[in-house]
Write a protein that binds this ligand. Structure first.
Ligand code: ARG
Length: 460
């Protein structure tokens, strides 16, 4: 029996059910649906619509449904088009006429929006916690990296050496913005739609603010039409998750490069690498590659929902049912990705010798040579040309850059210290820069930010 059987003479066609049911995926909202229904029952009691006995019967039935779902003994029937229908049907079977009062003043439109907000509120916090875990791992590896350094790149061409800690923390700060974004999206979605009914509210003396409080929402909706048609919170969540995914992808790409034989900066742990079915020598960075690959899917989930929402008239339209699968998928994929990438990063073995050898090419000190000339009063553009000329001369003619530097009247033997191994890294002294001195201060700031965000999440 459908929820609307009174108005209809016949039952639904098989094809209609096959195309429109959402039960296979929205079962995931069962726990939140029960929480929302209990609050609604208490609201109906306060409104004088359910008496104490009726409320006890319905709440008892909701508990029973919870047990049946937990034990796997809940039997779904063909007409259960979604989890909301299934729960209400079973509550009515169990509680009789009192159960039939559960849906008073409520529509699945405000119900599903409520469930999804409760769900997203919890899940976004869990993801933020996992992002913090990855940040802690990056921090631990940065702390342990000491003053070790590697080439920094622009255009994937060696540019200036950076400390490994600095490089790892660069990913850590991107993730800090993710935590901020996830918690911010969570704060904005903290609004209860329950009491909006199908679209216009109710003639019954319901109290949306009281129900919002009961559900732990910060407040109730301001406009019933907006309450049932707003999916900004899903779009925002998908964007925040897509950006986490993009950050995992960019980190993954560097792991792919660094663990290649060509770079050789890091080795994969056996537990976080895969082999080849044919090539016995292979050890592949599949986690890093999938972190890269799945970013496409996360962006697709966001794009798909934005297109679904575009052009929808107020208020509820069945199109909105398409909000759930992308949200479930992005939450799941980002959670799995964060855990896998964390393990990957935690277990990488660095090859510091390879990193240093790549970073210590004399040309990486070129900017420092130019800045030495600037200290002597030369305009930077001229200094750039002087050093650029020496680099070109050394590459063309085979003379060592150090010899050309020593022989140059404005540089001379004193400038050779700038070409010494590690000097280019140590000379990065400005705040937020890549050298050991500013990185030590950056580590302090990163630790403080992690502590603050951990506390923020705990308080949320
Ligand atoms: N399964 C539906 C969804 O997820 C529930 C709301 C259905 N409302 C309706 N008026 N048909 O959106």
């Amino acid at each position: 029996m459908t929820l609307w059987h009174g108005r209809f003479e016949g039952g639904p066609a098989e094809e209609l059910l096959a195309y429109t049911v959402s039960l296979p995926f929205d079962r995931r909202l069962a726990a939140d649906d029960l929480v929302g229904s209990r609050a609604h029952v208490r609201g109906l009691v306060r409104a004088g619509i359910l008496d104490g006995d009726e409320a006890a019967a319905v709440l008892g039935a909701l508990d029973r449904v919870e047990d049946e779902l937990a034990q796997g003994s809940f039997t779904f029937v063909a007409s259960d088009e979604d989890i909301h229908t299934a729960v209400e049907r079973r509550v009515t079977e169990l509680a009789g006429p009192a159960g039939a009062k559960l849906h008073t003043g409520r529509s699945r439109n405000d119900q599903v929006a409520t469930d999804l907000r409760l769900f997203a509120k919890r899940e976004l916090a869990l993801v933020a916690g996992r992002v913090l875990d990855l940040q802690r791992t990056l921090l631990a590896r940065a702390e342990a990296a000491g003053d070790e350094y590697l080439p920094g790149y622009t255009h994937l061409q060696r540019a200036q050496p950076v400390t490994l800690a600095h490089h790892l923390l660069a990913h850590g700060w991107a993730l800090a913005r993710d935590v901020d974004r996830l918690l911010d999206a969570r704060r904005r979605l903290d609004v209860s739609p329950l009491g909006a009914g199908a679209l216009a509210g109710s003639s019954l003396p319901l109290d949306p603010a009281g129900v919002a409080l009961d559900l732990g929402f910060e407040r109730a909706f301001d406009n019933s039409l907006d309450a049932v048609s707003d999916r900004d919170f899903v779009a925002e969540s998908l964007f925040a998750l897509a950006l986490v995914g993009l950050h995992l992808s960019r980190l993954g790409e560097e792991v792919v490069l660094w663990t290649s034989e060509e770079f050789g900066f890091a080795r994969l742990d056996d537990a976080y690498a895969t082999g080849s079915s044919m090539l016995p020598q292979k050890k592949n960075p599949d986690i890093a590659e999938l972190a890269r690959g799945k970013a496409g899917r996360l962006v697709g989930n966001l794009t798909g929902l934005l297109v679904t929402l575009k052009g929808l008239p107020l208020a509820y339209n069945r199109d909105l049912q398409e909000d759930k699968e992308p949200l479930f998928d992005s939450l799941e994929q980002v959670s799995l990705g964060l855990a896998a990438v964390e393990g990957l990063v935690a277990t990488l073995t660095w090859d510091h010798e390879r990193m240093r050898a790549a970073a210590d090419s004399p040309t990486t000190a070129a900017t420092d040579l130019a800045e030495l000339l600037v200290r002597g009063g030369m305009p930077f553009r001229d200094a750039h040309a002087v050093v650029g000329g020496l680099v070109r001369e050394s590459l063309d003619g085979g003379a060592a850059l150090s010899d050309l530097v020593a022989a140059h009247p404005d540089l001379g033997p004193d400038a050779l210290a700038l070409l010494a191994p590690g000097a280019a890294t140590a000379n990065r002294t400005t705040p937020g820069g890549a050298g050991p001195a500013p990185v030590a201060r950056q580590l302090d700031r990163f630790r403080a930010r992690l502590d603050a965000d951990t506390a923020r999440l705990a308080a949320a």
